[in-house]
Structures are given as C-alpha cells and as structure tokens.
Design a binder for this molecule. Sequence first.
Ligand SMILES: Cc1ccc2cc(C(N)=O)cc(O)c2n1
Length: 324
Amino acid sequence: IMDINQQIKQLRDTLRYHEYQYHVLDDPKIPDAEYDRLFHQLKALEQQHPELITADSPTQRVGAKPLAGFAQITHELPMLSLDNAFSDEEFNAFVKRIQDRLIVLPQPLTFCCEPKLDGLAVSIFYVNGVLTQAATRGDGTTGEDITLNIRTIRNIPLQLLTDNPPARLEVRGEVFMPHEGFNRLNERALEHGEKTFANPRNAAAGSLRQLDPKITSRRPLVFNAYSVGIAEGVELPATHYERLQWLKSVGIPVNSEVQLCDGSEKVLEFYRSMQQKRPTLGYDIDGTVLKINDIGLQRELGFISKAPRWAIAYKFPAQEELTR
Ligand SMILES: Cc1ccc2cc(C(N)=O)cc(O)c2n1
C-alpha cells in the first residue's frame, strides 16, 4: 500500500493528466463525475495533512482573500500590438513589403494562420515548470499582476506537463469568455438585479480585474496561447507553428483552428474560411492573425516601432452589435 505522500503524488499526477486530456486535447478519458471524485479525494487528503499542500497542487486554484489592489509588472519583452489589414489589397501590400525586404525570398512564403480571439492578452510565467506570475498586457510595457486570477482559469496548468521543464518560460495568449458562459453569466446577473456585460470581451476583462479571485474562479474564462515570450533553458523549434505544438505538448492550450498556409492565396482562403466558420465557433473572434512562420525570417524583418513587420491582423468588417 502507498504512504500518504505517494497517494497524494499519484492523485496529483492523475488529475493533471485528465486536465490535459480534457482542456488541451479535448479528449477526456473519464467522465466529469470520476474527475470530481478524484479531486475531492485529493482535497480530503490535503485537509488531513495540510503540511503536504503545495501551491502547484490541482486543488490550489482559488486564492484565499481579495487583494487591496494590483501590483504593476514591467514586461521583459514588450507585448506588441499588431498592424491591421482591412482588405485583400492591404494584406497583399503587407506581403509585398515583406518580399521586398527579405534578402533571400523562400518560395513559397509559409504563414502560420490563426483566428484573432477577441479577449485580453496576458503573459504567464513558469519557473522550473511551475506557474509563478501572470500579468495583463497593459500598455504593452507595463501591465497588472493578475497571478491569483489567472490561477483560477481551469485550462491553464499550474505546472507544465514535462519532466524536463525550462528554467523560465513566458507563455503569451488570450483570455476570453465563450458565448455559452457569457449568456449564462448575464442571465444570472439579470436574475440577481446585477449589471450585465455588453459583450464577452468586457465580461472577460471585468472578470480578470476582480480583486477577489473567488469571483474570478466562478467566471467561465478560457485561455489560448499564441506565442512564447521569454524562454530560458530550452531549445525552441525554428518555426512559430512548431512552437505552438511544443506548448501543447507541455500542457498549454492552443486554439484548434491554427494552421499553416503556403503563399498568400492559401492565406486568403484561410481568412475566408474563418469568416464562414465565425458564427459557429462559440466564441468571439474579430479577424485572423497571419504570421511569417519561420523564426529566422521574423527576426530578419523585426518590428516597426510598436508592431512586428512579420505579422498582420486581417480584421473582419465591423459588425453591427451582435444580437446574441
Ligand atoms: C504577436 C501577437 C500579438 C497579438 C496577438 C493577438 C492574438 C489574438 N488576439 O488572438 C493572436 C496572436 O497571435 C497575437 N500575436
């Protein structure tokens, strides 16, 4: 039979595995009731042996008491905004600027293409595989420390799923609120005579800015990573797409619509297919993000003041306020 430490470790590993299957691979191996049973088994063991509780245990998602305010955090690498395109012509002009600039022009030019999630950009740090800090994008240079609130988002792992974690890893991505959770939240707010949110983006922002993590914990927030920031003690792949796959392999959720497109014609096909799919996704997007896939080329192209030369957000035409 296992001693308490072994029982606790096995329960934690089992819960982390099932969280990964459910939140990252969308392929749960056990019913929710079984997951809940294991979770409460761990909770009970930890309550009997509080000295064995660790901050990265799956039970430690909700902070104790509300904060008085948010500390400021300065990003080691600025969190940049994206230049916009509003037409095929503007996108093609973006591609032409790249082709004119590149010393060696690969044929075809490969883009990593993704939906542009309409939420809030955040930066999450893992030190030796453990979630240690999270911040809002803020003005791109300085954001707010929302670590306690980020820890409550169920699809963000408190620990990377690898035996060989990087010394330091910064994951950047978007926190958003799917339509189903948004509608439920507003219905409940109406029933309790509380204020409702105008749209899922505002609801996500309001939920992340709560000083009480217990409130954030009750909000249906989801995170999808879109890039790696700081990475120390790990050899990252040479393309953006492979880096996203690597993030998935260590337990970080990545949007399932991300795909590679060779050449601008295929990119415009992706843009149109996302526009078609938009009403069926179950969450708000306001366009697509199209990036040069090769990291070496990204480096060669660099940034214009605030935005990268190697990426563009091709937005959809503004829609009259969706009657959801
Ligand atoms: C570099 C960068 C900046 C903002 C981004 C924003 C999104 C987004 N809102 O989905 C996706 C990306 O790949 C981004 N990439």
